[in-house]
Design a binder for this molecule. Sequence first.
Ligand SMILES: C[S@@+](CC[C@H](N)C(=O)[O-])C[C@H]1O[C@@H](n2cnc3c(N)ncnc32)[C@H](O)[C@@H]1O
Length: 449
Amino acid sequence: MSVDVHHAPPLWRLLQACAQAVQAVRAGRSLTAQLESVSTDLRPGVQALSFQALRQLGRATALRTQLAKKAPPAAADALLCTALALGWDEAQAPYPVHTLVNQAVEAARRQRQTQGQAPFINACLRRFLRERDALVAATQEDVTARWNHPDWWVARLQADHPEHWMDLLMQSQHPAPMTVRVNPACTTVAAVQAALQAQGVVATPVGRSGLQLGKALPVAQLPGFEQGHVSVQDAAAQVAAPLLMQGLDLDRPWRVLDACAAPGGKTGHLLELCPQAQVLALDVDAQRCERIHQNLDRLQVRAQARAVVRAADAAQPTQWWDGQLFDAILLDAPCTASGIVRRHPDVRWLRRPEDSAQLARTQAQLLKVLWPLLKDGGRLLYCTCSIFKAEGDAVVDSFLQSNTDARFCPSPRHLIPGCLPVGLPVGDNPLGEYDGFYYALLEKQPTSA
Ligand SMILES: C[S@@+](CC[C@H](N)C(=O)[O-])C[C@H]1O[C@@H](n2cnc3c(N)ncnc32)[C@H](O)[C@@H]1O
C-alpha cells in the first residue's frame, strides 16, 4: 500500500478502525455499511487493511485459539486477530510484522474498550513473533484456517463443485480486477481502451462491451464516467442483458420487467442495449431505488421516460402490475452473494449455513409468481451471484419439473470463476476474470401447443 508519509494517519489509528470493522462483521454488520461510518481521511487505508484482514480471518482466529483458548472481550479479540491476520504471512504483510505488532499494542493502549487488555494483546503478539512457525503449523489442519472460509462453506463447495472447489477458494482470496461496461450509444470499447491507455492504464476487452482494467481507478477518473459512457460492472454481470435479449430485434419497444433491480447495473445495461425498451424496474428497498435513479440519470436513459422505477415487492404483483404481460423478465434474485466474495470478503463470515436454503425458497417463490406475467413466447432470465447449487440449478430444475410450459434455453447455468464458461451469447470476447454467477434463460411455450 503506498502512503503519503507526511499526511498519512498513524498506523495504530488504521488498526483501531480496521479492528472495529472486523468486530462489526463478526457481529453481523456488512463491511460496506461499517466503512461508511469511518472518517474519510482513514477510509481508503482502513478499507485496504480490512479487506486483507477479512481474507485471513480464519487463520487469524485459529492462531488466536493457539495463543489463548479463551477469547478476550470482543474489541480486544478483534484487534488481536486483526494484527494476526495482517502479519501471520510475512510475504503478504502490508507492513513489517514488528511494526504491525508495536502499532497494534499502541492501538490497544489508546482506546478505552481495549486499554485493559493491552498487556494481554502485547503478550500474545510477542509470543506470536517468537513462535510463529510452530503456531502456524499447528493451525494447518484446521479447515477454516487453511481456506479462510467457514467449514460449512468449504464442505458445500466440495459437494457442489467437486472438481473446482479448491480453485474457487483460492481465487476468493485475490482482489478482483476493476471491469467496466462501455455504453455503445456514446462511444466504443476501442475509444475507451485508448483513453485509458493515454492515462497509463492497460485495459483488455472482455465479453461484448467490457474492459478489464490492469489497475483500479477512482470512478471519477474513468473516461466519460460522469457522462454515462462507462459503468463499473463485473464481466459476469455484463452477461445478463445481452443473454436476456439475444435474438430479439433490439430496436423494438419490448416490455421488460427488471424485478430486483437495485442499484440498477443491469437495468442500465438493458436500456443501453435496447434503446426503445419500456423497462419497469422494481426493488423492494426504497432507499436502493434511489441508486437506480442515480445510475439511470448518469446514463441519461431515464430522461426519455423509457424506464419506470418503483419501490415494490416483486412477489406481490397485485400491488404494482398493470395487467399487461411482459416480453422479457429479468429476475436477478436476492441470494447469499457467495459468488462475489473477492469483492466482498465479509460475505463468507456474515452468512449462516441455513441462509442458502431460506433464500432458495424466496427465489423459487419469485420465479413462481413472476412466470404468469410473461407472454407466450416471452423469456425470463433467472440469475443470482451465488455459486451454491441450492440457489441455481436446484431452483431452476425444480421449476422446470413443475412448469411444463417452461423451456430451458442455452445459457451458462453456473458460471464458475476460472472455468471455461458455456452457453454465453455467441461472438463475445472471453470474459477474463469474473465473479461467480448463475444464469438460466427460460422461454414460455404456448400452453395450447
Ligand atoms: C442481486 S441484487 C440486484 C442487483 C441488480 N439487478 C443490479 O444488477 O444492479 C438483489 C436486489 O433484490 C432486491 N429484492 C429482494 N427481495 C425483493 C423483492 N421481493 N422484490 C423486489 N426486490 C427485491 C434487493 O433489495 C436487492 O436490491
